[in-house]
Design a protein around this ligand. Structure first.
Ligand SMILES: Cc1cc2nc3c(=O)[nH]c(=O)nc-3n(C[C@H](O)[C@H](O)[C@H](O)COP(=O)(O)OP(=O)(O)OC[C@H]3O[C@@H](n4cnc5c(N)ncnc54)[C@H](O)[C@@H]3O)c2cc1C
Length: 386
């Protein structure tokens, strides 16, 4: 029997998504960025084809698959040059958390829309004064009768302008300090006291980042997702998919850049043979390919563990996959730009702008250093420095 790395169903999904990506491609992203618009047409088409909700339960309009399938969707769209960043957030984090821990009412209210793409949810955990140290977040919910009043600030929150709501990570008033005891609230973007302020980013991406101000935002009791006391478990249920999906985002982008470089290196001739015949050009491209493939393997392992319900095992693998994919992406993009010589920096060839975009996978949602910290402490048992 031959070992199966990827099932026939997964291969079919991969090639169908790749075909959709090809219909849009890099030109579509370049156009939407120039017009300052979100990638609404691609999002809507992907939704109609069932790709946005492949991981969500069938009874709520999803495809009944897992993060394995959703990561295939994002990787292939990225490899075609047209990634959808909000896949990392809306179905992967928010959809997962609601599907696993939401009430029946929350599931019915949100999952069908998240699955077909007619509704979109952003995710807000990062705060200006906490950054990588989530234990320091201060967004606080206090009770007012049966309602909650939520106050705080968030930063770098993606896609708030196109979102119907933000899944906000806060803490309750009686757990305001100390080790994070998070609670998650669904906050509508049109709620009174909810402010969003775009952050000027040097990223050529259709999705924008925002600073959020939450000023006594009144929320009904039903806005709380799951259990006030099991918030950490719920949060981690969303963060592992986020890491796996960021790996898919990075691998897709790396594959896109590498493919452009290989095409160019096959054609461009300045001596007797195409530049791809020079090992100084060929070997770094081969290394980039190997690094991306290895990262992909770890991503697959993480997705497999997560989809089989092993949250703990998936945690280490998801961190490693995100790390490996981020690094592989940064190196692949850098080498691709270099392969094109001067053309690597032209707008026409469109690779230079990926240099900043690739860095996102190194810093978000958890930085390279924080993953190295995790592996040092959790995997290797080394002492903690902070
Ligand atoms: C494009 C983009 C989109 C984003 N989208 C979202 C979103 O939708 N929702 C959301 O909640 N957040 C989002 N983020 C935020 C992102 O998750 C944070 O930027 C990230 O967690 C790092 O936090 P920070 O920027 O505050 O960096 P800091 O925590 O200030 O870290 C700065 C540097 O110090 C290093 N460092 C910090 N602590 C340590 C330590 N103990 N040991 C070694 N090094 C350390 C870090 O590795 C980093 O290099 C987004 C960010 C970007 C860039």
């Amino acid at each position: 029997m031959t070992a199966v790395i990827e099932s026939e169903e997964h291969k079919a999904l991969r090639s169908a998504v790749a075909a959709l990506g090809k219909r849009y491609g890099r030109d579509y992203v370049t156009r939407t960025v120039a017009e300052g618009k979100p990638p609404a047409e691609l999002w809507s088409d992907a939704g109609k084809l069932g790709y946005l909700g492949v991981n969500l339960p069938e009874e709520y309009g999803g495809g009944g698959g897992g993060i394995t399938e959703l990561s295939i969707v994002l990787e292939e769209l990225g490899a075609a040059g047209s990634p959808l960043l909000m896949l990392v957030v809306s179905p992967a984090i928010c959809g997962t958390v609601i599907a696993r821990f939401g009430t029946e009412e929350q599931k019915r209210q949100w999952l069908p829309g998240l699955a077909d793409g007619t509704r979109l949810m952003a995710f807000g955990i990062t705060e200006p004064d906490a950054g990588s140290n989530s234990h320091r977040i201060t967004t606080t919910a206090r009770r007012d009768g049966t309602d909650w009043l939520l106050t705080g600030r968030k930063v770098f929150i993606s896609g708030v302008d196109i979102a119907d709501a933000v899944l906000v990570v806060g803490r309750t008033e009686d757990a305001r300090t100390g080790t994070l005891k998070p609670c998650l609230f669904i906050v509508p973007t049109d709620a009174e006291g909810f402010g969003k302020h775009p952050i000027a980013m040097e990223l050529n991406a259709a999705e924008k980042q925002f600073e959020l101000t939450l000023d006594d935002v009144r929320l009904p009791a039903e806005a709380l997702v799951g259990d006030e006391d099991a918030g950490l478990l719920q949060l981690f249920a969303g963060l592992n998919p986020e890491r796996i999906m960021t790996a898919a985002f990075a691998i897709g982008m790396g594959r896109y850049a590498l493919a452009r470089a290989v095409e160019y290196a096959r054609e461009r001739t300045v001596w007797k043979a195409p530049i791809g015949a020079h090992q100084a050009i060929a070997h770094p491209l081969a290394q980039a390919h190997i690094d991306l493939e290895l990262a992909r393997l770890m991503m697959r392992k993480a997705a497999l563990l997560y989809d089989s319900g092993d949250d703990i095992g998936a945690g280490e693998a998801a961190n490693m996959a995100k790390y490996a994919a981020g690094e592989a992406c940064v190196r692949a993009v850098d080498q691709a730009v270099h392969t094109l010589g001067g053309n690597g920096l032209t707008r026409e060839f469109g690779l230079a702008s990926l240099i900043t975009a690739a860095r996102v996978a190194r810093i978000a949602p958890v930085s390279r250093e924080m993953i190295l910290n995790y592996v040092s402490h959790q995997s290797l048992g080394l002492p903690k420095s902070y």
